[in-house]
Design a protein around this ligand. Sequence first.
Ligand SMILES: [Zn+2]
Ligand SMILES: [Zn+2]
Length: 436
Amino acid sequence: MIKEVICFDCLDLDKTLARLDMPPLESVSNYDKYLETYIGVYDDDLFETLYKHEIDKIDWKNYEDNNYASVNVELKCSQCKTSILFGSRFIKKANINEFITQVFSLIGDKLSRYIEFCSRCELIKDFLVYNSILESETGRSVTVPGQSIEEFLTKFYVPKGYINNLLPHLACENCESILSEEDNGDQELRIYNYKDIDEYLKVDLEELTQYADSYGINIKKVEVTNFSKFLQENAMLGFKHSVGLQLFELFEMIYRNNEFISLENINLYRGRVRKTGTKQFLGSEMWNPPIGVSSHGRYNLVGSSVLYLTDNIQYIPYELNYKSSEVLDIATFHINKPIKILDLSSMYGEFGRILSTSPNSSNVLKLEYLLTNYIAECCRYIGFNGIKYNGVKKGEYKNYALLSYDKDIDICINDIKTYSAEIKYLLSDFISDKEE
Ligand SMILES: [Zn+2]
Ligand SMILES: [Zn+2]
């Protein structure tokens, strides 16, 4: 015997369902076999039961005619007290929790399709690092906040009280992580969509084809579109793409033909700036930052650590954006054992340029970032210990990005010296007499 019932309105999900193009709760429960079992109908049988129940309550000894009319066979929602009309459906109150769980698993499935990316996605992590690089290198603020889970659910009119019921049923479409599952080191989990990262996913194809051309590789634009998209989605799998494969084969050929430089018994330098009056950096602090801490760099894949060195100490202040309130600690690294270096500073003309120029448009940076990451991974894999490339400033110096080496065996620090540097402004070309 059904004692207590709840009406569909009481769940307050009409707007959410409509927003998700789902039929109203009453019809949803008609189609789902689990939901069906928690549903009752106010039919003849129920009417008779209720009727009998009410009749039984009548005190027949003191029965008077007009009492009969007051027999109450109205079925009311035990929450909002609205009458359930004869012939309508309702939720059995005893099953309300199971019913809600099942409804939210259906809604969760639908809602998850709108969670295109989350802050746990590798792509999003890369994207956020990329934005911080862009910010620090261009000074332009690029904040893409995404939305919190609450904000996201509010857009779908999910009543606040249901958030915890719904969470276990929400998963990211891209990385498939369940939003309710705790993830260590998680800051507040945020949701992103394609629109948020649209700009990031676009690459200036014109440039890439030009660079490829300049070293004899003919890549069709369609392929490039495809490749850049592919790289953005999975930087580690670039070699599975035909364009990526061609680049990989080129570097492999260079390696097999011994067309690399072997560096041995020379000194290279790395500088770090610090505030005047603070302690000199220790040797251990002059190596590349440990994995996971490295902020950014031309050949840095997020998470992998690269040691950046230069062969001319004079250019360190320029490359470090040295300020006059600072001093420079410069470590001399000695290369003890021969290491194999891919020389991109002379070999590939224009192609080398993109690997070394300072980014002045977001497109260059984006392309550069993706390509250099890919190239660095290829080189590391093939067996190169590092890459030689041109510095940002004009002048007689080269930079090295060391990708793999045995610390203190292949390379060691000879000494660390502290310098101050002077910033000079020179008058260069004469431009004009007087402008009016
Ligand atoms: Zn109700
Ligand atoms: Zn995700």
